[in-house]
Design a protein around this ligand. Structure first.
Ligand SMILES: [Zn+2]
Length: 492
């Protein structure tokens, strides 16, 4: 079995040299934390023990490089790339039909489950074991038990795989809400249907219901359409899952203005914050000029390749009124840290880096990666005031976007070979912010009818900052990340 890992070693090392990197962090970082946290709630209890896990969905090195080149040029760096510790992370996925074997391409459900539980599972599963469907305890649940506050923030629906895996247990990610629980899922076998998870069958209910009753202090993201569905078995569609959340002490906000309202007084001991800012996923921040995406390569009647013209990125007007990921992260940090002796566990997901790569939208994914890094910046600033904060920035799995040669390179090769040379799949030429050209391509599914790019099986990065990170191996796996976080919070 692949690497049942160095995690014990990592944990032991973490123990020994707990605060050694802090001096370096103070020297490296600017001084201001967000106005929200600094002005309204000057730090009172800065010795609390905190973990912030940032997950860039689909954010492998290639997606990072593409966004970095576009935004900052070849010599630029994201805030996350300036963190002091860096490792490469292996991604493991069990087969549902034979959990003794692995697949080499993952999905967000099984990888988020591994980050959340420290255990491997199969594609589609939400914190349950491959084939056996046993619940796997998450770090969020263990943290709650020890008195830590908890939070989940995402640009996706809160019921989507990544946030779900930290606080729900279902056989498949599709078990999001009441309506999907009884539907037959033809994409998976009978061991991953949702029906056994129905409360009527002794299961835990839909993901939305589980989140609504999980006593999570901060839930910010999309998914109103799922929370607006009736609670399983409720007569005449009432109460809804949202009613259920409100009855469990959640205070509800639904747009940027409400999230940022000065009058929003959340006392975490008595009420919890639930923000639902879109029916499903939040609109992305950027789009291509004239809504352009990468285009399927074709040839003309002389068999010459037709290359698309270059384009740049612009703001998506549909993001107006929607909080940014940094905005949600800032509010979450404020609520979680206010008068909190113990500390917290917070997971922040940049979900649409992945979703935009799936639809071959380079500007969409670059804008989301930029927004994700801005949230990371806020986390790093928070850690300046709360130095016992462990920050880990990682991805769940690889994506399809890659940087490939410009048209001129293919054209020169065409001349030399006397036949058309061009990339397979979908291709775009971007005008970067510094005026250079960068060509990108998506080619995991080149069928003209193929609407959707597939994930890829590369390692993903982990950038880390905080106590206990000396001597992290150059190669770890996703279970090690879970162990590092558990160790920092002193959980079982
Ligand atoms: Zn995906």
């Amino acid at each position: 079995m692949v690497g049942i890992t160095n995690y014990l070693r990592v944990a032991n090392l973490a123990c020994r040299k707990a605060f050694a990197v802090l001096a370096a962090i103070f020297l490296l970082l600017p001084t201001a934390f967000s106005h929200a946290a600094q002005d309204e709630h000057p730090p009172g209890i800065t010795s609390s023990t905190n973990v912030i896990l940032f997950i860039g969905d689909g954010m492998d090195e290639h997606q990072i490089t593409m966004a970095r080149n576009y935004l900052y040029g070849a010599d630029g760096a994201f805030a996350m790339e300036q963190m002091p510790v860096r490792s490469s992370v292996r991604v493991h996925t069990l087969r549902e039909d034979n959990p003794n074997q692995l697949r080499y391409v993952a999905d967000s459900a099984n990888t988020a489950s591994t980050l959340a539980t420290g255990l491997l599972t199969s594609k589609g599963r939400i914190a349950t074991s491959a084939a056996r469907d046993a619940d796997q305890k998450t770090i969020l649940e263990a943290a709650q038990k020890k008195g830590y506050r908890t939070g989940l923030v995402s640009t996706a629906s809160l019921t989507d795989a990544t946030p779900a895996a930290f606080a729900a247990h279902t056989s498949h990610r599709n078990c999001q809400s009441t309506k999907s629980m009884s539907a037959i899922n033809h994409a998976v076998g009978k061991t991953q249907q949702c029906v056994p998870d129905l409360k009527a069958h002794g299961g835990p209910g839909s993901i939305a219901e589980q989140l609504a009753t999980a006593n999570i202090d901060v839930l910010l993201g999309g998914g109103m359409a799922f929370f607006n569905q009736p609670v399983e078995g409720s007569a005449q569609d009432l109460p809804s899952i949202l009613d259920m959340a409100l009855n469990h002490g959640h205070l509800m906000v639904k747009n940027e203005a409400e999230l940022n309202a000065e009058k929003l007084q959340v006392a975490p001991a008595t009420s919890k914050l639930l923000g639902l800012f879109a029916p499903i996923h939040l609109p992305v921040e950027w789009q291509g000029e004239q809504l352009r995406l990468a285009e399927l390569m074709t040839t003309n009647k002389h068999s010459k390749a037709i290359f698309p013209t270059p384009f740049g990125c612009e703001k998506n007007p549909h993001h107006q009124g929607i909080p940014t990921l940094a905005n949600m992260t800032g509010r979450a940090l404020q609520v979680l840290s206010h008068n909190n002796n113990q500390g917290f566990f917070l997971m922040v997901e940049g979900a649409s880096i992945d979703k935009q790569a799936h639809i071959r939208n380079p500007c969409g994914q670059i804008g989301e990666l930029r927004a994700f890094d801005q949230a990371v910046t806020l986390g790093r600033q928070f850690a300046q005031q709360y130095p016992n904060t462990l920050i880990i920035v990682t991805a769940d799995h690889g994506q399809a976007g890659q940087i490939v040669p410009l048209p001129e390179t293919y054209q020169a090769a065409s001349k030399a070979m006397r036949m058309a040379q061009y990339p397979t799949g979908h291709y775009a030429v971007l005008k970067t912010l510094s005026g250079e050209l960068m060509a990108v391509n998506y080619s995991t599914n080149s069928s003209p009818q193929g609407l959707w790019e597939m994930h890829t099986g590369t390692n993903v990065p982990a950038y880390m900052e905080g106590p206990g990170l000396d001597e992290i191996p150059a190669l770890i796996d996703q279970r090690d990340i879970n162990q590092l976080m558990r160790h920092h919070l002193k959980l079982d």
